[in-house]
Design a protein around this ligand. Structure first.
Ligand code: GLU
Length: 504
């Protein structure tokens, strides 16, 4: 059997969304699982829909996800170029071939003429299709005489090339995920293969490139399923062996109904793109998972499980583990519901798996926080205290603000609960006791609090609670001795005195 080769073939018409990332990931996982190659091909023949920066975005997004192509416009490869706009001569060669067969014809109808006909159909409550019936009444090389066609060509009258859909044939189609289905060719129209500027359309360029690039498996979104019949026939027309196909189901909105759309992100408050994307036309920035603080490993793990279940219901898998286990036959036929909570859960789990040292590197990259007054040992201690509870690395800062700044106010409810008339003098005494402490370490500090409470005949809580309030400003956070250790003697004593002055 020939080596497995799978391609991801996005059009640079905007940023890659979640569905696109999942397609790329499954393409990659399948290729690598089979010991094959993963190819990135940019399908940019539709110049009208081209968006500046989209190609770079796609490459950067794949790189961030760790889905690295073996061949691409950037990496090169033996089937270069990998940008369709640079492959025109290849398409021209195959156009000449298909025009020699009975599968293609020239159509001279102008867009205005077709619009006119479309309107007439609409007025009669019908939908116009350029197909095996209507083509016999339209302006094309099937209805015009040979001389007339030659005259039009000599006069440079614009034309498109259309596929001549065979009549009355039942096509038996096969899909690795969905199994067998059939389609009657009479329900399919005569798609344009080459536009009047000489550029091939998606259908033609796509099958030519899949053939030329020796692609063995086409794994793509289910929106291409209606084109499968045409693609089968194009392979037949060209006399080529066709690849195997697998069409992935939709990613659904959180409520489970309808396709997750690009606008849903703003509506539901989660990103639908891997990276931030700034629309070059409007300047509007759409949010990305990277900038929201997701770890790439968590992100792709989440994406992989939108439509595929690994054995034993395992959920946390590295890219390597996914590659070992991936099986197209186990990809779900039904749509996969997106869940923001689940996405966050994945990030939380991955953050827990991150070592404190790795987390420190990430933490230092969080924007808009000033850590200059803390050394790495202090930061590592804070990270080890806060990481378990954090969803995002930045939560260590937001939930642990008190480590970085002294409280500027005290939570009213907490004050009522933790502070009474005697507390101020109690805290003053405790500040004294702390002042005289040589070993400022959590274990020792715990003993000090314990002894301090015991000599006064108080429960530990009676000391811990106001102490926590003084240090944090509210009754939350990790163990008080740990907080004391991180803050250090001077800062802790200062905060207690502040509380005494401000609360009393
Ligand atoms: N260029 C197509 C897209 O962006 C590729 C479809 C396919 O994989 O065949 O969806």
């Amino acid at each position: 059997m020939s080596k497995v080769r799978v391609r991801f073939a996005p059009s640079p018409t905007g940023p890659l969304h979640l569905g696109g990332v999942r397609t790329a990931l499954y393409d990659y996982l399948f290729a690598k699982n089979q010991g094959g190659e993963f190819v990135l091909r940019i399908e940019d023949t539709d110049t009208a829909r081209y968006v500046e920066g989209a190609e770079d975005y796609i490459m950067e997004a794949l790189e961030w996800c760790g889905i690295i192509p073996d061949e691409s416009p950037k990496h090169g490869g033996k089937f270069a170029p990998y940008r369709q706009s640079e492959r025109r001569d290849i398409y021209d060669k195959h156009l000449a071939e298909i025009l020699k067969t009975d599968y293609a014809y020239l159509a001279f109808d102008t867009p205005e003429e077709l619009d006119e006909i479309r309107k007439e159909y609409e007025e009669n409550g019908e939908v116009f299709a350029y197909n095996y019936i209507t083509r016999n009444r339209l302006k094309n090389s099937l209805t015009l005489s040979k001389d007339e066609v030659e005259r039009l060509l000599a006069e440079n009258v614009p034309y498109v090339v259309r596929f001549k859909m065979p009549i009355d044939r039942i096509l038996n189609l096969e899909d690795i995920i969905r199994g067998k289905s059939s389609v009657n060719t009479n329900t399919l129209d005569d798609k344009v293969l080459v536009k009047n500027d000489g550029m091939p359309t998606y259908h033609f360029a796509n099958i030519i490139d899949d053939h030329e690039m020796e692609i063995t498996h086409v794994i793509r979104g289910e929106e291409w399923l209606p084109s499968l019949g045409l693609h089968y026939l194009l392979y037949e027309a060209m006399g080529w062996e066709r690849p195997q196909f697998a069409h992935l189901s939709l990613i659904l909105k959180p409520e489970g109904k309808g396709k997750l759309s690009k606008r849903d992100g703003d509506k539901f408050g989660f990103p639908v793109f891997p990276l931030n994307f700034r629309d070059p036309q409007t300047g509007v920035v759409s949010k990305g998972y990277r900038e929201e603080g997701y770890l790439p490993e968590a992100f792709i793990n989440m994406v992989a499980l939108l439509g595929w279940s690994p054995a034993n219901d395992r959920e946390i898998l590295s890219l390597e583990e996914m590659t070992k286990e991936f099986d197209l036959h186990k990809v779900h036929k039904a749509g996969a519901r997106f869940s923001k909570e689940k996405a966050e859960w994945f990030n939380h789990e991955y953050l827990k798996l991150t070592s404190d040292q790795e987390a420190l590197v990430l933490f230092k990259k969080v924007e808009d926080i000033n850590l200059s007054h803390l050394d790495d040992d202090q930061l590592l201690k804070i990270i080890s205290l806060m990481k378990e509870r954090a969803t995002f690395i930045k939560d260590i800062y937001t939930d642990g603000k008190f480590f970085f700044e002294a409280p500027s106010s005290y939570d009213e409810k907490a004050v009522k609960k933790a502070w009474n008339e005697q507390t101020s003098s109690l805290m003053n005494d405790f500040a004294e006791a702390l002042h005289g402490t040589e070993i400022f370490e959590a274990e020792n500090l715990r003993h000090i609090i314990h002894d301090f409470a015991e000599t006064r005949g108080l429960g530990m809580g009676k000391v811990m609670m106001p102490l926590r309030l003084a240090l944090v400003g509210e009754l939350k956070g990790p163990d008080v001795p740990d907080i004391l250790q991180v803050l250090g003697k001077e800062e802790s004593v200062g905060r207690i005195k502040n509380a005494v002055n401000n609360i009393s």
